[in-house]
Design a protein around this ligand. Structure first.
Ligand code: NAD
Length: 489
């Protein structure tokens, strides 16, 4: 279907490169969050039975796929990445329509998937285990990597096609087969990408996509003992539930979870650059990215000036239709997000923090879609909910501090530890921050959202579990290691 058509289409699941319908025959609607009550398309509301069938097919396909050469897998992977590159605009429109991020942001998401995919394709040819120096204690030995089997991949709605690629390509390149479950807010980009896997030449059964509710489809995927690994991105609450369930089968997990990322701005910082960082990492994709900045810690002397600059910039932001190139921020992803962010805004007000700017959009915009303006709360103290809980929306919580040690203590005062950033010109403060910050990503004079595929992407504490995505570990997660010994003479 052309993403600009308005006709409502019903999309199928994909199992063994065939379109299949849910055994229940039920479907669910994909809503455009900039138009309340709209239906972009309908998708299969699948059940445990559909997952079992997909795992049957993926399990069977694994026996052949694991024997294909790395060259063949790489060629298919490279073709897939090339197809994603060619379809950038088409994919970006789908992502912007079903997720609500602006077209520019959606194109950025596609470009990020291409950049990471290219990295994984190249990296996979250098990923070959290692050998002992010959004749060590009379043995020759090496570590041999083996694919683990069928892998379940569960993704969130905020980066629907990029997260899918970041997990799926490493799984396929290392010889595993995949059953993929997209988020219910964003099934369209997943189905579109599924067709690209087929077009790139991946054989039937190697990649399968089942849409449906997390509670039905997700649980069934996690519970199936033939699924040897689950790579999940989503909330910490669901990540913990998955971790409990997999204990039964000792299924390996890679969990990329929530965050409450802090930006520290010291008195000596380049203030305009720091405000840019707060704007970009706070409000891009309406604040709905895991490495977005949600807490801003300001040193006393620059506090008021920073707030002036930030408030002015927020008020200039154009909030509206994501498909309009002039829009700076689209709606949040859907009614559930809208409800939980609105509740968090009300709670921040009632707990005594000061609303500097923003809030839920009113008037025609508010009636039309799930729009929330860039929102800033000042005077947020560490006991307040806005400081502690992930809001996952365009809301910044500002806290004042006096010394560097206080800033570090505040930044680390969280169950989350995904990303972070500091703005300072002082090299000692930068090094003390790098050493002391509890986070999987530490940025100096760069906003908290930056990531490069050659470096690991994962959180500490309740922000993540298992090997991080990207870098070498993104491939390592998907293999078993075998230590081989041969007597030397
Ligand atoms: P979510 O946890 O509600 O859902 C994520 C996925 O899990 C969806 O596909 C959902 O259908 C599925 N699911 C729901 N219940 C399930 C169950 N019982 N078993 C298995 N699967 C189930 O998260 P979300 O609202 O889609 O995404 C937002 C969250 O994702 C935020 O907390 C954000 O921080 C996090 N996130 C983290 C990263 C990261 O890399 N750390 C990246 C993006 C998003």
């Amino acid at each position: 279907m052309n993403p600009t058509d308005t006709m409502t289409e019903v999309f199928a699941n994909y199992v063994g490169n065939k379109k299949t319908t849910a055994s229940s025959n039920a479907t669910f609607d994909d809503e455009d969050p900039s138009r309340r009550g709209s239906v972009l398309a309908r998708f299969q509301s699948s059940s445990a039975q559909d997952i079992t069938q997909a795992v049957d097919v993926a399990h069977d396909a694994f026996l052949r796929w694991r024997r294909t050469s790395i060259d063949d897998r790489q060629q298919m992977g490279a073709r897939f990445v090339q197809l994603v590159r060619e379809k950038e605009q088409e994919l970006a429109v789908i992502v912007a329509k079903e997720n609500g991020k602006t077209l520019r942001e959606a194109r950025g998401e596609v470009q990020s998937a291409v950049q990471e995919g290219t990295h994984h394709v190249y990296q996979s040819s250098r990923f070959m285990g290692h050998t002992l120096p010959s004749g060590t204690r009379g043995y020759t030995g090496w570590v041999q990597y083996h694919p683990i089997g069928v892998v379940g991949i569960i993704s969130p709605w905020n980066y629907p096609m990029n997260v899918m690629c970041r997990k799926t390509l490493p799984a396929l390149l290392t010889g595993n087969t995949v059953v993929f479950k997209p988020a219910t807010f964003t099934p369209w980009s997943a189905i579109f990408m599924t067709q690209l896997f087929e077009e790139a030449g991946f054989p039937a059964g190697v990649f399968n996509c089942i849409t449906g509710l997390g509670s039905a489809v997700g649980n069934a995927l996690v519970d199936d003992p033939r699924v040897r690994a689950i790579s999940f991105t989503g909330s910490t609450a669901i990540g913990k539930k998955i971790q409990e369930r997999v204990a039964k089968n000792l299924t390996r997990t890679q969990l990329e979870l929530g965050g409450k990322n802090a930006l520290i701005v010291m008195n000596d910082a380049d203030l305009n650059a720091a405000v840019d960082a707060a704007m970009t990492a706070g409000f891009a994709c309406a604040g709905q990215w895991c490495t977005s900045t949600s807490r801003v810690l300001l040193q006393k002397e620059i506090h008021d000036k920073f707030l002036d600059l930030l408030g002015t910039r927020c008020e200039k932001m154009v909030v509206g239709d994501p498909l309009d190139e002039k829009t700076n921020m689209g709606p949040v992803a859907g009614p559930d997000q809208f409800k939980s962010i609105s509740k968090a805004i009300d709670q921040a007000k009632s707990e005594g923090s000061r609303l500097l700017t923003g809030g839920v959009a009113t008037g025609e915009l508010g009636e039309r879609g799930y729009f929330i303006r860039p929102t800033v709360f000042a005077d947020v103290s560490p006991d307040m909910t806005a400081f502690r809980e992930e809001i996952f929306g365009p809301v910044l919580a500002i806290t004042k501090f006096d010394t560097f040690d206080q800033a570090l203590q505040l930044a680390n005062d969280s169950i989350y530890a995904l990303s972070s950033s500091i703005y300072t010109k002082d090299i000692d403060s930068a090094h003390k921050y790098i050493d002391g910050i509890e986070a999987g990503l530490a940025h100096v004079n760069v906003h908290s959202g930056l990531k490069l595929p050659a470096l690991p992407f994962g959180g500490w504490k309740e922000s993540g579990f298992g090997l991080p995505e990207n870098s070498q570990t993104g491939l390592e997660f998907f293999v078993d290691r075998k230590a081989v010994y041969i007597k030397s003479n």
